[in-house]
Ligand binder design. Structure first.
Ligand code: FAD
Length: 458
């Protein structure tokens, strides 16, 4: 099914100053945007994707990993972290790509809701890929196992076709764009004594449906969007849910408004051999399951930069503007590392920027200047007491960042309605965590968005 904007205006292909041969790793939303913008700029592109379709994290599966905490490095991996009931936490108008509106379709099997279910996002990404002919650039079921730099300066990419008899293949590229996603490798809360605690532990990466929590006493750790959704869903079947979070008061524990079996607790002090969990002020709860909704780690198991790029306490660095390692720029780049953002529109901008720099149409500062800027950025985080693991947290400045990149690319800044809608949704989500997907007060912005989308119909 094609986008309703059948005659959507494509920006024309640029005449590159220099065309490069570029490897993109991953065909999720960021890899699709990379392929689109690199080709538009005139580069030749190969996208490596280990799955059999585009969409990345949005390909829901009811499979989970055999190690429910994801601690065993040799475990078979499941890429997606979606749960069955997941609906978007951003409204479709502000979530979608700028160049390709995520407009509601009222046809066929499509989900026209403003905050649609996950399968609608997957369909949208497939539409995007087909609109821009990206499928033909993708090598499906082909996993990249190693990326390294040859003496000549070219990048070598080693890949292997899944389930085939084929051998590893090594190929040379001028540049590599890393788009492998960062919601697959679980981060686990450190709980003193948990090794001897007899209950069950699971990370939300392996949460799909609430049924296994029937009649259980669950301690859920975290306060992210997933933690909010999952705690409510589990409460419908569990005996008790205790939400432990640093952001809950240490003074008193309250029940969650509207629920008589969900409590807001401060962070756990310890897990004990007798099956109890200890909280501050002597509170002990006998629990069956700890569910870690504690986020994910950046993970690039295939990437060998001889120590130039590292992941240190979840800081991927050194990276200029979260994209380029100064000493390897622009030949190695990362798309989509920032969080607490509207991802898709930011991917577009990062990819347009990378593509334009590779062709020589846009310039980067010198390696020395980029390094200085990265160091100044890290110093400013340190001075403000921001831990390293929040390096890519863009709370409060994503639009400033996006506009800076837009200026580099000579492309329009973020639309006013999109910025206002993002903020209106955040406020609404905090005020009505249960019902923000059904009740809102920004219909005027929705109207402006659709007026804007309509301009893209030629
Ligand atoms: P992914 O979608 O993870 O894609 C990475 C791709 O790389 C995958 O297809 C993978 O198979 C492939 N790959 C990885 N390693 C290799 C390799 N070695 N070789 C070959 N291929 C490889 N965003 C929103 O905008 N709205 C939301 O409502 C929203 N909700 C979310 C809810 C949850 C639970 C999670 C986890 C995330 C949510 N996000 C949401 C964020 C979401 O992750 C991004 O929107 C986006 O889809 C990520 O795209 P990506 O391409 O960076 O990564």
């Amino acid at each position: 099914m094609r986008n309703p904007f059948l005659s959507i205006r494509h920006f024309s292909t640029m005449s590159p100053v220099a065309a490069c041969h570029v490897a993109v790793i991953g065909a999720g939303a960021s890899g699709l945007a990379a392929a689109r913008h690199l080709r538009r700029e005139g580069h030749s592109v190969v996208v490596f994707e280990k799955e059999s379709q585009v969409g990345g994290i949005w390909i829901y599966t009811n499979h989970t990993e055999p190690d429910p905490l994801g601690l065993d490095p040799t475990r078979p991996r499941v890429h997606s972290s979606l749960y069955s009931s997941l609906r978007t936490n951003l409204p479709r108008e502000s979530m979608g790509f700028r160049e390709y509106p995520f407009a509601a379709k009222k046809t066929g099997q499509r989900d026209p809701r403003r905050f649609p279910g996950h399968s609608e996002v997957l369909e949208y990404l497939k539409d995007y890929a087909s609109e821009f002919g990206i499928g033909e650039l993708v090598r499906f079921e082909t996993e990249v196992s190693r990326v390294w730099r040859r003496g000549s300066g070219k990048w070598e990419v080693r890949s292997r076709k899944k389930n085939g008899d084929d051998e590893d293949i090594n190929e040379a590229f001028d540049a590599v764009v890393v788009c492998n996603g960062h919601y697959t490798e679980p981060r686990i809360a450190h709980i003193p004594g948990v090794d001897r605690w007899p209950g069950k532990q699971i990370h939300s990466h392996n949460y799909r449906v609430p049924e296994p929590f029937q009649n259980k006493i669950v301690v859920l750790i975290g306060s992210s969007a997933s933690a909010v959704d999952i705690s409510r869903e589990i409460a419908s079947v569990a005996n008790e849910v205790h939400i432990a979070s640093w952001s809950n008061s240490t003074e008193e524990s309250a029940t969650l408004p509207g629920y008589d079996n969900v409590w807001l607790r401060p962070m756990i002090e310890s897990a004990n051999e007798d099956g109890t969990i200890s909280f501050p002020h002597g509170l002990k709860i006998s629990a069956d399951i700890i569910l870690h909704c504690t986020g994910y780690k950046y993970h690039f198991p295939f990437l060998d930069t001889e120590g130039i790029v590292t992941v240190d306490d979840n800081r991927v660095g050194p990276l200029y503007k979260h994209v380029f390692p100064p000493s390897l720029a622009p030949w190695l780049s990362f798309v989509g590392l920032p969080w607490k953002v509207a991802p898709f529109p930011q991917y577009e901008l990062q990819c347009e920027w990378i593509a334009g720099i590779l062709s020589g149409r846009i310039s980067l500062p010198s390696e020395e200047e980029m390094t200085k800027e990265v160091e100044a950025f890290y110093d400013s985080l340190k001075a403000s007491g921001v831990p390293k693991r929040y390096t890519h947290n863009m709370t409060g400045y994503q639009f400033e960042y996006n506009d800076w990149i837009a200026m580099q690319c000579g492309t329009p800044k973020t639309e006013e309605w999109r910025i206002k809608m993002y903020h209106a949704t955040s406020l609404n989500r905090n005020a009505r965590p249960e019902s923000y997907r059904e009740e809102w007060e920004d219909d005027d912005l929705v109207m402006q968005a659709y007026q804007d989308f309509a301009k893209q119909i030629s």
